[in-house]
Ligand binder design. Structure first.
Ligand SMILES: *[C@@H]1O[C@H](CO)[C@@H](O)[C@H](O)[C@H]1NC(C)=O
Ligand SMILES: *[C@@H]1O[C@H](CO)[C@@H](O)[C@H](O)[C@H]1NC(C)=O
Ligand SMILES: *[C@@H]1O[C@H](CO)[C@@H](O)[C@H](O)[C@H]1NC(C)=O
Ligand SMILES: *[C@@H]1O[C@H](CO)[C@@H](O)[C@H](O)[C@H]1NC(C)=O
Length: 302
């Protein structure tokens, strides 16, 4: 090897020398100016493929760092959800529970888009262009809808309340009973699924809550792969069971519906539209109006 390199080097510097074999040099000689000029116009399929989530300059250094970390967790969460689906397919009880007998290819596709789709058209911003952070009660962020369909606003509140993935299953969290947006990664998964650059406007809200998700998997499995909450629940349940507390997780069971109604009536924070229509264009879709806060301070989202 060394001998060959030495020979070729000699060829480049002294091609006229009779000591150098004739056939060696041409392929490694410096190619000259005309080739580097040409390469600019050569088609490069991957140029401009932005797989990281862009963060707007309105996020100061602190928020940029927190958001970058949280978006990275979102990609880890989605990647694990995809890997669980690829590893086990419909042999997994978790997969059967959330997606019924529907094809795993649909959720695999969305999770893969969350990880690897081109994100150059979208952005996360920390200013408050629609004044929802300032005026709406307890909004932690919102999708800008018709005002800027690829943009998501993250309000100051998010930076105070969202938890990281290393806290999954801690502090009494259960998938069935706790707010999905307890964690940055799940909250941001929800938010990116509103953005057309990720969801192609095909992911919506069908299931109301955990029990309703289980019902949907049995009765209308073909919708489950397109349901934002089911994608979120599956992702955090798989993370909890496979990674946070291996072999145990923290699924829990949902309280009875009567209790839910009671609690809703005593909620300390309610919002303008408590229905699960989070994909309406004018819908703030924050930790916001799909959620209410119980008297004991826990948030619950439908
Ligand atoms: C094509 O573009 C990508 C992204 O900008 C770059 O990393 C890669 O080196 C380019 N490939 C070629 C052959 O120029
Ligand atoms: C960024 O803004 C937040 C509040 O909006 C503030 O607490 C924080 O100190 C700011 N960071 C920097 C580096 O200015
Ligand atoms: C899946 O389940 C639904 C609802 O139980 C049923 O109507 C449908 O025929 C099943 N599809 C397949 C491919 O087994
Ligand atoms: C879009 O902008 C209008 C006018 O500023 C505002 O009233 C509306 O709430 C905004 N929509 C969202 C989803 O923030």
């Amino acid at each position: 090897m060394m001998y060959r390199v030495a020979l070729l080097l000699a060829a480049a510097t002294a091609s006229a020398s009779p000591l150098v074999p004739r056939e060696a040099p041409t392929s490694i000689l410096p190619s000259g100016p005309e080739t580097s000029g040409e390469s600019k116009s050569v088609y490069n399929w991957s140029e401009g493929w932005e797989t990281k989530y862009p963060i707007h300059e309105s996020c100061n250094a602190t928020k940029h760092a927190a958001l970058e970390f949280a978006l990275d967790e979102t990609m880890q969460l989605a990647q694990h959800a995809r890997d669980h689906l690829l590893r086990f397919g419909d042999k997994s009880d978790l997969v059967k529970k959330y997606f019924g007998n529907s094809s795993t290819a649909v959720p695999i596709g969305w999770f893969d888009r969350v990880v690897s789709a081109d994100k150059s058209a979208m952005t996360f911003r920390c200013d408050d262009p629609d004044k929802n952070c300032a005026t709406q009660d307890a909004w932690a962020g919102h999708w800008r809808g018709d005002n800027a369909t690829q943009e998501t606003v993250i309000c100051d509140l998010s930076f105070q309340i969202r938890k990281n993935l290393f806290d999954v299953c801690a502090h009494g969290f259960t998938v069935a009973n706790s707010a999905l947006n307890t964690y940055w990664a799940v909250d941001l998964l929800h938010r990116v699924l509103h953005v057309p650059a990720i969801s192609e406007e095909l992911v919506h809200h069908y299931a109301e809550d955990y029990n309703d998700a289980l019902r949907l998997a049995k009765e209308e499995p073909e919708l489950t792969g397109y349901d934002s909450d089911i994608l979120q629940m599956f992702a955090i349940d798989a993370w909890a069971y496979d990674i946070a507390v291996p072999g145990a997780g923290c699924t829990g069971t949902q309280e009875e519906t009567e209790d839910e109604d009671e609690e809703t009536s005593t909620a300390t924070t309610t919002s303008a539209s408590p229905t699960a229509t989070g994909d309406d264009a004018d819908d703030g879709d924050a930790g916001g109006e799909n959620c209410h806060t119980h008297a004991d301070g826990t948030a619950h989202c439908t």
